[in-house]
Design a protein around this ligand. Structure first.
Ligand SMILES: [Zn+2]
Length: 345
């Protein structure tokens, strides 16, 4: 028998005001839990959690550190939790997902921000103090995304989600390249899902659609693509390596903003016509130069050079590019001098 033995989310519900109906949605999918533990974030999110999950035990985490993962695990053991609900931004989702994985408990993802594709991915980014590591994790059993909460997230977070989704475009080029060179096998189903997610986004921007549901669905589908591929290849290429290198520096920004902005550069290195995407994305407020994120030309170039070292063995366009063309590509893509007024995020 040939096939895949992977767990993908059983459902996702993206609606206005849906969060308080989480129980009804779980029942509709024949899931009954007796002792859920809600994992949430800082005071504003914790307040929202209190209003949404009346009477349920809640633990508020301050970061995605391994210490916080341990705290959630001990709280969950203490109350005999049979489900962990991650209610918050990317760091909350990652912490809850990691704790659920280690306790072998089901995990329900309820994002209040869409800044990256952690919502349904099989990966949790955990801070170990000395270093930050992407850990393999169980995918959520479902995702409930309340559009009315997502609409009030900070603009930079929303744009970061657009950037992480857009980066699929560059990641897919790298995956194809690595597969053509015989380093990796390209999974056509996973690649299709990843491509479809980013193409839906571009289409929605072009037609002026409401982007919130498109972004959240695209990020969930990206997570499913990674589950099917068994790695992050469908959504992570050279642009992610550059972002990982930037994260090691003092001045860095949101993951999604970095990978999205770096994608214009990596697409250019692939010889793609990146300008149309750049125009489309700047139409919705996405930055077009690094100064907007507080990152200088030289910091970016340093990150590009260091990028392949952040993940040895991952073959991307940076593995075969002549270093002499990097600077020329930089100025072609991002221009010379500072950003336009009001671009700073
Ligand atoms: Zn990403």
């Amino acid at each position: 028998m040939f096939g895949r033995a992977v767990s993908v989310p059983l459902f996702w519900v993206i609606e206005e005001g849906v969060a308080p109906r989480y129980h009804e949605i779980l029942s509709r999918h024949n899931m009954v839990f007796h002792r859920p533990l809600v994992v949430t974030g800082g005071s504003a999110t914790a307040q929202l959690a209190e209003e949404t999950f009346t009477g349920l035990p809640t633990v508020a985490v301050r970061s995605n550190s391994i210490k916080e993962v341990e705290r959630v695990k001990s709280e969950a053991r203490q109350i005999g939790a049979d489900l962990l609900i991650g209610f918050g931004g990317g760091k909350v989702i990652d912490t809850a997902k990691m704790a659920a994985t280690e306790l072998n408990l089901p995990f329900l993802s309820m994002p209040t921000a869409t800044s990256n594709d952690a919502l349904a991915s099989p990966v949790a980014v955990i801070d170990f103090g000395e270093y930050v590591k992407s850990m393999g994790a169980t995918a959520p059993l479902g995702v409930i995304a309340d559009l009315s909460l997502l609409r009030s997230q900070p603009k930079a977070q929303f744009l970061a989600g657009i950037g992480d989704l857009f980066s699929n475009m560059s990641a897919l080029m790298d995956w194809k390249l690595a597969s053509e060179k015989g380093y990796e096998r390209l999974d056509p189903v996973a690649a299709y899902l990843s491509r479809n997610a980013v193409e839906n986004l571009l289409r929605a921007i072009e037609s002026g659609e409401d982007l919130h549901p498109v972004v959240v669905e695209g990020l969930i589908v990206s997570g499913v693509a990674m589950i099917l591929a068994g790695n992050s290849r469908p959504c992570s290429g050279a642009e992610h390596l550059i972002s990982h290198a930037l994260d090691l520096m003092e001045s860095h920004s949101l993951h999604g903003l970095q990978v999205g902005l770096a994608s214009f550069f990596t697409l250019r290195l692939h010889g793609c016509e990146y300008q149309t995407y750049q125009r489309l994305l700047s139409g919705v407020g996405f930055p077009s130069c690094w100064q907007a994120l507080g990152i200088t030309d030289s910091q970016f170039m340093e990150a590009v050079k260091y990028a392949p070292k952040t993940r040895s063995g991952r073959y991307t366009v940076l593995s075969e590019i002549d270093p002499l063309v990097l600077e020329e590509a930089y100025y072609e893509v991002y221009g010379v001098g500072s950003c336009g007024d009001g671009e700073r995020l």
